[in-house]
Structures are given as C-alpha cells and as structure tokens.
Design a protein around this ligand. Structure first.
Ligand code: G
Ligand code: MN
Length: 380
C-alpha cells in the first residue's frame, strides 16, 4: 500500500455508450488509465473521488452539454486538461469553448484513434508541465493523514465462513480523493515513508481489532524495502498476507524477489494481486512463488456467461492446486459469478455480493461469531 509512479488518467464522457466504449478500446494498449462516464453528473462525481489528468467530453449531451461540463471542471479542478469532442454541427460551440480559453483542444467526431492518442499525449504533456502547488497538496495530505483509517472487506472460504479481511486505505478528510491520490500525493511530496508508517500502525491496530483470520495488506513493490511499513505488524506476521500490486512493470526484479524471500522468512505470506490484469501476468507467479493468487476482477466479471473465462479460471485453479497455491476470486458482484468461480475451484471469495468494504473506521474489537448455539432464555 504505497507509492507507485502513476499512469496518466483520462476520463471519456459521452452519453453514447458505444462512443465511450470504442474510444476506450482504441486506447487499451497505451500506458494510459482510461475511465468512462455516460453522464455529465457522474463525471463530476468521478473528478471528486479520483485523480484525473484529462477529460474528453462530448458536446451534445442531454442533461448538460460538454462546454458547460468543461466550464464547471475548469472552476473546480483547474489543473485538469479539458478536450471537447463535437459533431460537425456543433462547431460554433466548439469554437467558442476554445476561444473562451477553457478548452485545450477540440476533436471532431468520428475521431480517428491516432488523432485521439496524439491529442491525449499532448494534453498529458501539458498537464505534466503545470507546476504543482506543493503547499496546497501538502495541506491536503496532512488533512488526509490526520483522519486516515483502513476499511476492511471480508474474504470468505468455500463454506461461507469469513477467513480474513483485505484492508483498504481510506481517510475521512474532504481532501481525500481515493487511495491512489493519497499514495501519489505522498510520493510527489517525498513523504511516502511517513504515510507508510501511518499505514503500518493502522494495520497493527486492525489486526488486533479483527481478532482472528488473515489480514490482506496491499503493498507496492517500491515499498518493499522500507522496514517501517512492516515493523508495526511483524508480531502478527503469521496472519498477514502481503498483496503485491504491480500496477507498474517492476524495475529491479531481483531486488523484489530477494525482499519477498526475506519477508517470507519472517513469517509473512505473499499474494499476487490482480492476476490477469495489465502488469500482473503469469511471470509474477513464477518470480514470486506466492502462497496465494488473487484473480483480477475482470476475469470474474461475467464469468458465468463466458466459457473462456470459466476455462481460464478453472485452469489457473488447477495449476495453483498442483503448486500448493490458494486462489481468491475478487470483485464478485453477482450470485451467478459466485457459483461459477466456486465451480471453477477457487478457494476464497471476495466482492460486493458477499460483503462491501466497511464504511467507517473500526473502533472496537470485532469478535468472531459465537460458534456454539446460544441457549434460548427461559420463557418469562
Ligand atoms: O487492486 P485491488 O484488488 O486491491 O482492488 C481492491 C478494490 O476493489 C477496492 O477499492 C475495493 O473497494 C474494490 N472492490 C472490492 N470488491 C469489489 C466488487 O465486488 N466490485 C468492484 N467493482 N470493486 C470491488
Ligand atoms: Mn488488493
């Protein structure tokens, strides 16, 4: 749960789902994180909760047109670079959006993938050239740190018993725009070790409060060498599963492997997070020899209706079994997905359908349910 060099994030807004889908698809091989929204209001909400560098918005939308949306973004998020996407008949509004200074570029529909990409690269370069207001970011990070807490999301065994919890970074401060924002803010200000110390202490507190079961902690390869993250909870290492999240290609692979070995010797278990997503490929399993594999949500999404996904999940489970590795299916949102991953042989289940991350800090110890039936009290 720490720093990572962030991929630039682009938000595509169009009321036509086919347009957002096609544009997103054309960018899938680029080192760009692409979010989409089909409603202007939803887009504004995403800007509040996520860190977004560039917004590309359609002009002609029912509830709020693109120029108006971008004008609002200009006020609330001045650093976000704005691009307008228009049909030929909206040229007038496009021209005024650019002339009034609010919009970086406009693109004509239908937009060629190569033009979209070059425009986005220019927008991202422009975004990166803007000076960061470090004083403001520092205040926001301080606020977020002061109200930092860890949500816990249950992870279930095949029999429906809770076997553990994944801890997820949260803060109650208004400046908090999500875990990625916080990790990046700390990295930008060279304060990652401070954030890691705070997280380490919270993990220890949560381990005490959660009383029993495994505790899954997200760790970025960059944080592996910083002892201060692990020291506070080293005394409960046997309960801790370190989820290695590789959003970025790992730089020094040998170093990562050596560090993982050391942590394993200290009693920590190791999981490869998001297996099957961009960077967490099968090589991660070879390099890290994990105890646990967490299947990426994209493999789980719609697994009940995709024969390919069913076969892939079943094959991974079967290979994992041979290797003595346990498999978690995460991001289960529907009963049918749950049934399909159980049929494919996963060991553990996680997702909104079974239990959402907790909404507020955990204050008191949470005890496991009483295993013996409580005798009914005699009738009055
Ligand atoms: O990358 P990682 O696997 O650590 O991602 C965990 C994130 O996934 C958390 O932010 C958590 O809130 C979210 N999450 C957990 N369960 C679900 C789910 O069922 N569906 C979706 N969409 N997200 C989920
Ligand atoms: Mn995770």
């Amino acid at each position: 749960m720490t720093t990572r060099a962030r991929e630039p994030t682009v938000l595509l807004v169009d009321d036509d789902m086919d347009v957002t889908r096609t544009l997103a698809l054309s960018l899938r091989r680029e080192p760009i994180r692409v979010l989409t929204s089909n409603h202007a209001r939803a887009a504004l909400a995403m800007l509040e909760s996520d860190e977004i560098d560039v917004v590309v918005s359609d002009e002609n939308m029912p509830e709020m047109n693109g120029s108006e949306l971008l004008a609002r973004i200009r006020v609330d998020h001045p650093d976000v670079v704005r691009v307008l996407l228009t049909g030929g008949n909206d040229m007038r509004s496009a021209a005024s959006a650019v002339n009034d200074g609010g919009v970086f570029r406009f693109l004509l529909k239908p937009c060629k993938p190569s033009l979209l990409l070059s425009t986005l690269n220019e927008a991202i370069a422009f975004r990166n050239s803007l000076p960061i207001d470090k004083a403001r970011l520092g205040r926001e990070l301080d606020e977020a740190l002061a109200q930092l807490w860890l949500a816990h999301q249950p992870i279930f065994g095949r029999d429906g018993q809770i076997e553990g919890n994944e801890l997820l970074l949260r803060s109650s401060a208004p400046s908090f725009r999500g875990p990625e924002w916080m990790l990046n803010a700390a990295a930008t200000l060279e304060r990652s070790p401070l954030l890691e110390r705070a997280i380490g202490a919270e993990v220890a507190r949560m381990a005490e409060n959660l009383h029993t079961g495994m505790i899954f902690v997200n760790v970025d390869p960059a944080a592996l060498s910083r002892e201060a993250l692990f020291d506070p909870f080293a005394h409960v290492a046997h309960r801790i599963v370190l989820e290695i999240t590789e959003r970025d290609a790992v730089g020094d692979k040998d170093h990562v492997t050596t560090r993982i070995e050391q942590l394993r010797t200290r009693g920590f278990r190791i999981a490869v997070d998001d297996l099957g997503s961009g960077y967490a490929g099968l090589n991660a399993v070879v390099d890290l020899s994990p105890d646990i594999i967490k299947l990426d949500m994209q493999l789980v999404r719609g697994v009940d209706t995709s024969f390919v996904k069913q076969r892939l999940v079943a094959s991974i489970c079967s290979a994992a079994k041979d290797l003595g590795i346990l498999v978690v299916a995460e991001g289960i949102e529907r009963e049918e997905e749950q049934r399909a991953v159980l049929a494919a042989g996963v060991d553990f289940l996680q997702g909104y359908h079974l239990g959402r991350p907790s909404m507020s800090p955990l204050r008191a110890p949470l005890f496991e349910p009483v295993s013996e039936p409580v005798p009914a009290s005699p009738a009055q």
